[in-house]
Design a protein around this ligand. Structure first.
Ligand SMILES: C[S@@+](CC[C@H](N)C(=O)[O-])C[C@H]1O[C@@H](n2cnc3c(N)ncnc32)[C@H](O)[C@@H]1O
Length: 311
């Protein structure tokens, strides 16, 4: 797995934001350079995102909004900026994800720092956040304890804390490296008073019983893993992705831990793989016969994605 040399926002010589607008006169025009970068990225195997990637990376380098590039295609880049941009494009052509190159990703309206210590938060996971926020809103003004198991960048925990003031979050992960990224995000968003980070094997070290358990745990099967897109397989942490032959090892272990860590009526909300709905329902029925209100929801593509039930 490749790791960037700096944990968050890479300095300029490694392809980070210079925040310097192009000087007058001189080198190559912005519009031409972006078009050339688009062709390079497309030829390297990412045609669908090539244009957007080329624009996002130049906007990041210059420290401007992407729309600025459309307004000023005639401005010329300095030789230093061209060199820095070329280095970023070369990394993208080796399939390094754009979010690791820029050092951040938008999630549920928040800007989160990400690097190769954590999974890049996905739009589908916002559906999981919605389930938790719905339950928190219904329970308000009662205060709820929420456990975010496998917090990674802290995406789910900070999104819930930022949008539901009646929640206190425990953000759990067994990766100290991931917890360092989550700690940064919690601090950036000034949520330290309501999000506590805990090093834990799933729920094992949860300090208090939970009213809501939310988890986006690894669910890729060990046979599917080698077939994943290179962007994912070669750069994102395998321990954030793979969960045994059926992709269910961690979910199964979590289900077994739930009774010891949940209050009566606890809402459990899990993200699952696109074809795991029936298997997860069978696991819940066999390991938690008292579970009620089981619902399987699909994502924007119509794939199985979110399971909720109550204990
Ligand atoms: C799919 S990522 C999800 C990250 C984040 N919640 C998100 O949705 O973007 C799964 C996370 O689970 C963590 N994890 C894997 N095994 C774990 C375990 N046994 N106990 C706690 N966390 C675990 C990984 O380190 C990783 O951060």
């Amino acid at each position: 797995m490749k790791r960037p040399s700096a944990p968050f926002f890479a300095p300029a010589e490694q392809g980070g934001a210079t925040g310097q607008l192009p000087p007058e006169g001189g080198g190559e025009r912005v519009g031409e350079r972006v078009a050339a970068a688009q062709r390079q990225i497309a030829a390297a195997g990412s045609p669908a995102t090539a244009r957007l990637d080329a624009q996002v990376l130049l906007a990041h380098l210059l420290g401007v909004e992407r729309s600025w590039l459309f307004a000023c295609p005639e401005l010329r880049l300095s030789p230093e900026q061209i060199a820095q941009y070329s280095a970023l494009i070369a990394r993208r052509c080796r399939h390094e994800p754009v979010a690791y190159l820029t050092g951040h990703r938008e999630f549920y309206g928040l800007t989160l720092a990400v690097d190769s210590r954590v999974l890049i938060p996905r739009p589908e996971t916002e559906l999981l956040v919605e389930q938790v926020l719905q339950a928190a809103t219904q329970a308000a003004p009662r205060s709820l304890t929420v456990a975010d198991v496998g917090t990674g960048s802290g995406a789910i925990a900070v999104a819930v804390a930022a949008h539901a003031p009646n929640t206190f979050l425990y953000a759990l992960d067994n990766s100290c490296e991931a917890l360092a990224v989550a700690r940064h995000n919690v601090a950036q968003l000034q949520l330290e008073a309501r999000v506590r980070l805990v090093a834990s094997d799933l729920l094992a070290s949860l300090p208090d019983p939970a009213d809501i358990v939310v988890a986006n745990l690894p669910y890729v099967t060990s046979t599917d893993y080698p077939q994943l897109d290179r962007d994912v397989r070669d750069y994102e942490p395998p321990q954030a992705l793979v969960a045994g032959p059926a992709g269910l090892d961690l979910i199964e272990r979590l289900l077994a831990q739930l009774p010891a860590h949940c209050r009566a009526g606890c809402l459990v909300a899990l993200e699952i793989g696109y074809n795991q709905g029936n298997a997860v329902q069978a696991l819940v029925q066999s390991s938690l016969p008292g579970a009620t209100q089981f619902v399987l929801r699909q994502d924007y593509q119509g794939h199985d994605r979110i399971v909720t039930f109550r204990l």
